[in-house]
Design a protein around this ligand. Structure first.
Ligand SMILES: [Fe+2]
Length: 287
């Protein structure tokens, strides 16, 4: 089974470039046009920041573009929420993020997780959103639900998908502050289970590591990519919509390959934030 893993599509209400020139709608279109040859896709997954502005229009346009891609391939489309998403608008348009879930967790404040089985693989989306903040957290209720779900193994194991990565590159402050804050609790919840892969976004760059029994993969953003060659403590985002092809099949799975769209602006700057601006962002959106 193959998953096309996207994240941070950041579409907005207007479908037009923002002040920096970032344009989630155009980036998603360029990416999907570039992926026309892919086959064997069983699921298309977006791990959050589906909308930049939390608008219903953005969710509807994203879903229209992705179902036009996934539908002819017989693939389902799955969504998790990110820090830019609005739970109510997301739910109005995308429901729990699964078209026909096996199980749904409905928590306080619209918090929602769901599970589906695709070709014997269990795909679970979690809600790591902390409204108004840049970092992530999984509630105790959601982790209890997950433990109950994982008590029975799936035929081909379980993939978890959510926005905020449970790991960070040492020395990259923005990742330490804005990652998943209770990664150790999640690691305990999946210990001894059939979870073998965790798919995340949010950092707008590719990164891999481990959490308990699972490989963790962070896919680069669709709307932009963070370029860590910028000076420490500063941030530079560049154009270049990217996605990950996840192949779960033996003998190599999970096999992860990053796909870069043929965008003529790839590598050119979307925005640069200096150290003072980044300090302000960390203070405002951090714990
Ligand atoms: Fe994010």
């Amino acid at each position: 089974m193959r998953i096309l893993h996207l994240s941070d599509t950041h579409l907005d209400r207007n479908g037009a470039p923002d002040a920096d020139g970032a344009d989630g709608t155009a980036a998603l279109r360029i990416l999907l046009d570039g992926l026309g040859h892919l086959d064997g896709i069983g699921a298309v997954l977006v791990t959050g920041d589906v909308a930049d502005d939390g608008s219903r229009e953005a969710y509807a346009r994203t879903h229209e573009l992705l179902t036009a891609y996934a539908g002819p391939r017989g693939a389902g489309v799955f969504y998790a929420v990110g820090n830019h998403d609005d739970r109510a608008a997301f739910a109005d348009v995308l429901g729990c993020g699964h078209a026909a879930p096996d199980a749904v967790y409905d928590g306080p404040g619209g918090e929602r997780a769901a599970a589906s089985t695709v070709g014997g693989h269990r795909l679970v989306t979690l809600d790591s959103l902390v409204p108004g903040k840049g970092y992530g957290h999984l509630s105790a209720g959601q982790l209890d639900w997950l433990r109950g779900l994982l008590a029975a193994p799936a035929p081909h194991g379980t993939v978890l998908a959510f926005h905020h990565p449970p790991l960070a590159l040492p020395g990259v402050e923005v990742q330490r502050v804005f990652g998943l804050h209770n990664a150790a609790e999640l690691a305990a919840a999946i210990d001894g289970t059939d979870v073998h892969l965790v798919l995340c976004g949010h950092f707008h760059l590719q990164l891999t590591g481990r959490l308990g029994p699972a490989t963790v993969w962070v896919t680069p953003g669709v709307v932009s990519r963070i370029d860590l060659t910028a000076a420490p403590g500063t941030e530079r985002a560049v154009h270049g919509p990217s996605a990950t092809l996840v192949d779960l099949a033996a003998p190599y799975g999970p096999l992860l390959h990053t796909l870069h769209a043929p965008d003529p602006r790839a590598g050119t700057t979307v925005y640069e934030a200096g150290a003072a601006e980044m300090s302000e962002v960390l203070a405002r959106l951090g714990p």
